[in-house]
Design a protein around this ligand. Structure first.
Ligand code: M6R
Length: 571
C-alpha cells in the first residue's frame, strides 16, 4: 500500500501535498517524494518518513501551483532514495507516482531494454512510466492518449498520477484496483488515496472507478473510460469531520483509535439495535434475508484482521443461524477456481473497502452469480460500491496501520447480522435473542471499563517487552481473537508471535514452551473454559509464563496465571 496526493489550483502545491502525505503515512512510510511543476518538473525524494523529506528540502525554492506526492511501502525495490516515487521518464519530461503492482512489468521492461532504455530504479513504476513515454513519442500523441494505450497492456493494480512538462497545470490520473478520490474545489482539484488530504479544503469528492482516467486541471475535471468515452463525474458530499482524522492529543493514531472504541462500537449499534424493543434494523441485510436463509453456505472473504473478524463470525453464524459458513483468505480465493453456485452468499469484510485481493475475489464470486454483502468501514469505497447490499461499520477513518477499532466494529456488525438472520429464521429462542441484544447493547460501556485498566496493561507490556517470541492461545470464539492478538504484536512490536487453537498445542508446538516463553491465553469464561484451564496447566508444567485475559472474578484462572488482564463478564 502507498499513499498518493495531487494538487492543481491557485494555492502553493507543496504544503498541501506534504500535509496530505502525513495523513496518508498509515499507507506506507519507507520513502517519500514530491514532484512540482513550475515551468519544468522538479522532483524531491528521500528514503524515510515525510518529515525527513521536509528537512531535506529546507531552503529550496518550492514554489509551484501543481504537484504530486507519494509515501511508499516498498514492493518492487528496497526502500531507498532511488526507488522512492515520483519517478521521471527517460527524457525527464514526465513524472509519475503509483500505488499498486504491475504484474507484467518484467515483460514490459524487456521490451524497453531492447529499445535501449535504461532504468534509474528497481521499480515496476519506472517501467510503466517509460512504457507510456515510448508510446507517446512513437504515436506523437498526448499524454492522456499514451496512458490509455499503455493501460490496455498492463496487468495488475494501479493508481497512477502523472504530470507532463509540456502540459502545465494538468494531472492525468487512472485507476484499477487501488483507490483514488478527487476533491472538487472552486478553481482547484485535489487527488488522494482517500479523502483525508482534501477534507479541510472541500467536502465534495468523486470516487474514480476502475478503468477510468481523469484529466484534472484547476477548473476542469474530465473523466473518461479506457475507450475514450466521457463519463459524468458523480460528486458526493462527504460527511466526515476533520477532527476524525487528527490525533487529538494522543501520541499516535493507533492509541487514539483504541480509545475511540466505546464510541465507535456505539456508533455502529446506534439506530440499528434497540434492546428494549428487541429489534435490529439493517435494511442492506434484511432485503437479502431470504437468500441468506436459503443459502447452502455463506462464504466470508477478507484479509488480515478482517479475516480474523470473519473467523469469529463463523462461530457466531453457525451457532445462532445454523448455516454452513466458510472463511476464505481473499488472496487464496481469487487465484483458485472456487466452486461458487448461484445463490451462494458472500460476506466481504474490509476496513478500507479497497483491498485489491478482496475486491478481485468479490468480482470473481459476483460473476458466478453469488450475492455479495459488504461489511465495510470506508463509505463509498470500491467494495461498498460493488456489493449488492451489506452494512457499514461506522467506525470512522482508521488511520493507524494496525487495525483496532475497525475490528471491533466488524464484530459488532457481524453479530447483529447473525442475530437478525437467526431471529427471522427462528433458529434462536426469543429469550436468548433478547438476552444477546441486551449484552451487545452493553458492550461499549464494558469496553470503556477495560480501557480504564490501560496503566496496568502498560506495566505488563514493560515486564514482557524483551521476550523474543510469544504464543497466543484460545478456543472457540477466542481462537481467532488469539490470532488477531499475535498479528498485532508482530505488526507493532516486531516480536515474533504465533496464534494457535489452545488444544492444538499438544500436537507439536508445546515443544517450544520453556521459562522464556510468554503464552497469552484468551481465557474468558465460556463453554470452553474448563478445557482452556487444562491447557494453562500444560503450559505451567513446562514452566512457560502464563499471561491471561480472564473474566473478572475468575479466581481459578488468576491463580494459574503469572499475570492477568481482567475484562467484564459478557454473553
Ligand atoms: O482494509 P482491509 O480490512 O481490507 O485490510 C485487510 C488487511 O490488510 C488489514 O486488516 C491488516 O491485516 C490490518 N491493518 C492489520 O492490523
Amino acid at each position: 500500500m502507498c499513499g498518493i496526493v495531487g494538487y492543481t489550483g491557485p494555492r502553493e502545491a507543496y504544503p498541501v501535498i506534504i500535509k496530505g502525505l502525513k495523513r496518508l503515512e498509515y499507507r506506507g512510510y519507507d520513502s517519500t517524494g514530491v514532484a512540482l511543476q513550475n515551468g519544468g518538473l522538479k522532483v524531491y525524494k528521500k528514503k524515510g518518513k515525510v518529515a525527513e523529506l521536509e528537512e531535506a528540502v529546507v531552503g529550496t525554492n518550492l514554489h509551484a501551483n501543481v504537484g504530486i506526492g507519494h509515501t511508499r511501502w516498498a514492493t518492487h525495490g528496497e526502500p531507498s532514495d532511488r526507488n522512492a516515487h515520483p519517478h521521471q521518464s527517460s527524457s525527464g519530461k514526465l513524472a509519475m507516482i503509483h500505488n499498486g503492482i504491475i504484474e507484467n512489468y518484467a515483460q514490459l521492461k524487456n521490451e524497453l531494454v531492447r529499445k535501449g532504455y535504461t532504468f534509474a530504479s528497481d521499480t515496476d513504476t519506472e517501467v510503466l512510466l517509460n512504457f507510456i513515454e515510448e508510446i507517446k513519442s512513437n504515436n506523437e500523441c498526448s499524454l492522456e492518449e499514451a496512458v490509455r494505450i499503455a493501460l490496455k497492456r498492463v496487468v495488475g493494480a494501479y493508481v497512477i498520477l502523472l504530470m507532463d512538462e509540456d502540459e502545465p497545470g494538468t494531472i492525468i490520473a487512472a485507476r484499477k484496483g487501488s483507490p483514488l478520490v478527487i476533491g472538487v474545489g472552486k478553481g482547484e482539484h485535489f487527488l488522494g488515496s482517500d479523502a483525508s488530504p482534501m477534507l479541510e479544503y472541500t467536502k465534495e469528492v468523486v470516487y474514480v472507478n476502475d478503468y477510468e482516467l481523469a484529466i484534472v486541471r484547476p477548473d476542469e475535471l474530465i473523466l473518461k473510460n479506457l475507450g475514450n468515452e466521457k463519463v459524468t463525474p458523480y460528486i458526493q458530499k462527504l460527511d466526515i469531520d476533520l477532527a476524525a482524522i487528527e490525533k487529538n492529543g494522543y501520541e499516535h493514531f493507533m492509541l487514539k483509535e483504541i480509545f475511540e472504541q466505546p464510541q465507535t462500537i456505539y456508533d455502529c449499534l446506534r439506530g440499528r439495535l434497540d434492546a428494549d424493543a428487541g429489534t435490529i434494523t439493517m435494511s442492506g441485510i434484511q432485503q437479502y434475508a431470504d437468500q441468506i436463509i436459503k443459502a447452502n453456505r455463506i462464504v466470508m472473504i477478507a484479509c488480515g484482521t478482517s479475516w480474523h473478524a470473519g473467523l469469529v463470525a463463523e462461530y457466531i453464524f453457525e451457532e445462532l443461524c445454523r448455516i454452513n459458513v466458510e472463511v476464505e483468505y481473499a488472496s487464496e480465493f481469487r487465484y483458485r477456481n472456487p466452486v461458487i453456485s448461484e445463490g451462494d452468499v458472500i460476506i466481504a469484510i474490509s476496513q478500507s473497502g479497497e483491498t485489491a485481493d478482496t475486491l478481485v475475489a468479490i468480482e470473481t464470486a459476483k460473476s458466478k452469480g453469488a450475492i455479495i454483502l459488504g461489511v465495510v468501514n470506508a463509505v463509498g469505497s470500491s467494495i461498498a460500491r460493488i456489493s449488492h447490499g451489506g452494512a457499514y461499520t461506522h467506525a470512522g477513518p482508521e488511520i493507524g496501520v494496525a487495525s483496532t477499532k475497525a475490528f471491533t466494529a466488524q464484530l459488532a456488525v457481524l453479530t447483529m447480522i447473525a442475530l437478525k438472520i437467526a431471529q427471522i429464521k427462528g433458529s434462536v429462542s426469543n429469550e436468548r435473542y433478547m438476552h444477546l441484544l441486551r449484552e451487545l447493547n452493553d458492550i461499549p460501556e464494558k469496553v470503556a471499563e477495560v480501557l480504564k485498566t490501560a496503566p496496568a496493561i502498560e506495566k505488563l507490556a514493560n515486564k514482557y517487552k524483551d521476550a523474543s517470541d510469544f504464543l497466543y492461545l484460545g478456543r472457540g470464539y477466542n481462537f481467532p481473537v488469539a490470532l488477531e492478538g499475535a498479528l498485532k504484536l508482530k505488526e507493532i512490536s516486531y516480536i515474533h508471535a504465533e496464534g494457535y487453537p489452545a488444544a492444538e498445542m499438544k500436537h507439536g508446538p508445546i515443544a517450544l514452551v520453556d521459562e522464556t516463553l510468554p503464552v497469552v491465553f484468551v481465557a474468558t469464561r465460556d463453554a470452553y473454559h474448563e478445557k482452556v484451564v487444562s491447557n494453562m496447566q500444560e503450559i505451567k508444567a513446562r514452566k512457560g509464563k502464563v499471561v491471561s485475559v480472564i473474566t473478572a472474578g475468575d479466581e481459578h484462572s488468576r491463580d494459574l496465571s503469572d499475570d492477568v488482564m481482567e475484562i467484564p463478564r459478557s454473553g
